[in-house]
Design a binder for this molecule. Structure first.
Ligand SMILES: Nc1ncnc2c1ncn2[C@@H]1O[C@H](COP(=O)(O)OP(=O)(O)O)[C@@H](O)[C@H]1O
Ligand SMILES: [Mg+2]
Length: 401
């Protein structure tokens, strides 16, 4: 590994670009108005030894958009980001940035800035020094450096900290400096690799909002990878769900959440996760029902259309947030034998069984409702037909989209 590469992979976003010749204008800060994606990944594959990690990944990130690549730990998210940065080489496929094929270019010839989980700052440099470092290496004129640093510091609330050393900063402040270091670069694309995972939960939520706010101001094209579905849902303009080396679904986050195309996407997004039950479609008095695992739920013909065939085996999916107490007199879909009530303050989750032999099922209760539900009791639960999900048990594909 070359020194430049080592430095770059050693989390210094600035050095990725350090040795580059003159760079294009700060295009990420100005909308070019071009229709072509700012970053596109086509048919990219990558194996380590005999293990195939990426099996033909396609991504297209429009100018100014915030793309989040989400998937379980170990699915290849960092690998893909490193391919875009040029820290790894793709086995096949093409990567273009701002219309230029960069697939075989070294990191220094790609105009990217990366922010990592371990945002190693230069410990002997002040915040200002850390922000300036990459620009100085690239021989950016002093006045321009001062301008960009002032701008980034103001945007990130770093002004009072400019004279401090990293060890005099909190985790959240360090993370902001790492972001500042990327921002002053004004790259073609920002690459974020789980930048919040070292922060505690409260700070994570705070910095998450800051990142989104910053993006709304800068409109800088961003590819952000995380295994955290809450981060993914809240930050993304477009969500890309990676599983088994392929993008399994992409789309606006709420659309993906509400209409997951596979059982994997359905159970990966949402917490608590979607309950899955084996069942069959039955028909009674002209209406279709999904029946199985202790549930009998009315189905929406319009939604599921031709997939509603009497006797067809299905996987029934119900999100805990969509399963609640049946209102007085209203039909229920099941009786839940409550084992545990998790009270979260504003809401609660009742965990239990629909059948002694069935899987654990979770229903959502309002805080008030939760007060009257005791472990050991049975509650009647309901779900709106529009919130039901059905999947083919063999292919795992959603029915009726
Ligand atoms: N340089 C490498 N050599 C061998 N295996 C690697 C290397 N980098 C990553 N891997 C393997 O590739 C898989 C994907 O890794 P990674 O991209 O880091 O996943 P993620 O970021 O989604 O958690 C893992 O199984 C990991 O062990
Ligand atoms: Mg990773």
């Amino acid at each position: 590994m070359s020194q430049a590469l080592q430095e770059a992979s050693g989390t210094d976003s600035a050095s990725i670009k350090a040795a580059a010749p003159s760079t294009p204008s700060p295009a990420s800060l100005q909308s070019s108005g071009r229709a072509a994606p700012r970053c596109s990944v086509r048919g990219v594959t990558k194996s380590f030894g005999d293990t195939s990690i990426l099996k033909g990944v396609d991504l297209a990130i429009p100018d100014g958009s915030f793309a989040v690549l989400v998937g379980p730990s170990g699915c290849g998210k960092s690998t893909l980001l490193r391919l875009v940065a040029g820290l790894e080489e793709a086995d096949a496929g093409t990567i273009t940035l701002a219309g230029k094929d960069v697939t075989r270019l070294p990191p220094r010839d790609r105009d990217v800035a990366m922010v990592f989980q371990s945002y190693a700052l230069y410990p002997h440099l002040t915040v200002r020094g850390n922000l300036e470092f990459g620009l100085e290496l690239r021989k950016t004129p002093r006045a321009e450096i001062d301008k960009r640093v002032a701008e980034a510091a103001s945007m990130l609330g770093l002004e009072p900290l400019l004279g401090r050393l990293p060890k005099q900063l909190s985790g959240g402040q360090r993370q902001r400096v790492a972001m500042g270091r990327a921002i002053v670069r004004r790259p073609t694309i920002f690459l974020f690799d789980e930048p919040l995972s070292n922060l505690d939960a409260a700070l994570r939520a705070e910095v998450r909002v800051e990142i989104r706010r910053l993006h709304d101001r800068l409109k800088a094209t961003t590819l952000y990878v995380t295994h955290d579905q809450v981060e993914a849902m809240t930050l993304a303009d477009t969500l890309w769900v990676l599983n088994n080396g392929l993008v399994e679904q992409k789309g606006p986050p709420l659309e993906v959440y509400e209409r997951p195309r596979t059982t994997f996407v359905a159970t990966f997004l949402g917490s608590p996760r979607m309950t899955m039950l084996d069942g069959v479609i039955v028909r009674e008095k002209g209406c279709f029902y999904a029946e199985g695992g202790g549930v009998r739920a009315l189905l929406d013909d319009d939604r599921f259309g031709d997939s509603l065939v009497e006797g067809r085996n299905v996987r029934i999916g119900i999100r805990p947030h969509d399963l609640g107490l049946a209102k007085n007199g209203a039909p229920s879909v099941a009786e839940l034998k409550v084992e545990i009530v998790e009270a979260l303050g504003s809401e609660a989750f009742a965990h239990g069984w629909l059948r002694a032999s069935g899987p654990s099922v979770v229903a959502r209760l309002d805080a008030d409702e939760a007060r009257s539900v005791r472990p050991g009791s049975a509650i009647r639960v309901a779900v709106a037909p529009s919130r039901m999900h059905l999947f083919d048990p063999k292919t795992g594909l959603a029915l009726g989209l």
